[in-house]
Ligand binder design. Structure first.
Ligand SMILES: NC(=O)c1ccc[n+]([C@@H]2O[C@H](COP(=O)([O-])OP(=O)(O)OC[C@H]3O[C@@H](n4cnc5c(N)ncnc54)[C@H](O)[C@@H]3O)[C@@H](O)[C@H]2O)c1
Length: 266
């Protein structure tokens, strides 16, 4: 198994894509720390991982706070002895109430950059000196196909994801001499609580799909945008992350891999 005796941290691992990544790493033998704000959902994932035979631990974490990501690394080392993989996955679509706003507010810009960009920066800054000292480490950041190019309507989120891709490349250069790989996965369309809130926003702001349920809005978007004609799953993303976090990908760094059914060719 790729991750036997390895320990991975997944931020935002309590739900959606993060949960899928955490379960996939655990299936491949990793201990997994779920670093999230949502304790109840996180504890369910921890229990699911343990029932599958791997070790897991919940660490209450707010990725927007450097002290909290510092704590996340410290607690993981105390619990499992080492950190091999950090998946910076936590992300938001906007500030509280963004689903009701057609035009993003200042708070929406702040929240998307705080979580989607500084969340990656904080997590990476908290672990890098430790990984450098060991001469080993894998960092996988979750951006989005939205970060590959501007589109109308959701510039806050898309711009934060473009920044996420860019900071990942910067850290890949910085950490490469120390044997540390930093890569990005750009998911396409996955039905999670986040996408549900995006669909609710479209509905409540009267965008084209009014009259459809959030799930129908999602399905319509999939059929309009995805050449392969199907939605992506948290497992699809988990498989890509597991590859990039494994020693099989040791010659790959600074890359951004779309897992999007062909939405973007860049
Ligand atoms: N769902 C999609 O279609 C899609 C597509 C492209 C990219 N993404 C990205 O994938 C990642 C996961 O998205 P998802 O759809 O699973 O979202 P989600 O809302 O379903 O889950 C996000 C998780 O992050 C946690 N979280 C939020 N803020 C946090 C913080 N400050 N500190 C710690 N944890 C925090 C939440 O509690 C939740 O468990 C995000 O970065 C998102 O932008 C999602």
């Amino acid at each position: 198994m790729d991750f036997e005796d390895k320990t991975a941290i997944v931020t935002g691992g309590a739900k959606g894509i993060g949960r899928g990544i955490a379960l996939e790493l655990a299936r491949r033998g990793s201990n997994v720390v779920i670093a999230d704000l949502d304790e109840e959902a996180a504890r369910e994932v921890v229990a699911e991982i343990k029932s599958g035979g791997s070790q897991s631990y919940y660490c209450e974490t707010d990725v927007t706070q450097q002290w909290s990501t510092d704590d996340m690394i410290e607690v993981t080392i105390e619990e499992f002895g080492h950190v091999d993989v950090l998946v910076n996955n936590a992300g938001v679509g906007g500030a509280s109430g963004f689903t009701t706003r057609k035009t993003p507010s200042v708070e929406d810009w702040q929240a998307t950059f705080d979580v989607n960009v500084y969340g990656i920066v904080n997590g990476t800054q908290s672990v890098e000196s430790y990984m450098v000292e060991r001469g080993y480490g894998k960092i996988v950041n979750i951006a989005s196909v939205a970060g590959r190019g501007g589109r109308p309507g959701f510039a806050t989120y898309a711009a934060s994801k473009a920044a996420a891709i860019n900071v990942s490349q910067a850290w890949a250069f910085k950490l490469a001499p120390h044997g540390i790989n930093v890569n990005t996965v750009c998911p396409g369309l996955i039905w999670t609580p986040l996408w549900e809130s995006i669909a609710e926003r479209r509905k409540s702001t009267g965008q084209p799909s009014t009259g459809l349920t959030p799930r129908q809005i999602f399905q319509q978007t999939v059929s309009e945008l995805v050449p392969l004609g199907r939605e992506q799953t948290a497992d699809d993303v988990g498989n890509a992350v597991a590859f990039l976090a494994s020693d099989r990908a040791s010659s790959i760094t600074g890359q951004a891999l779309n897992v999007d059914g062909g939405i973007r060719q860049n």
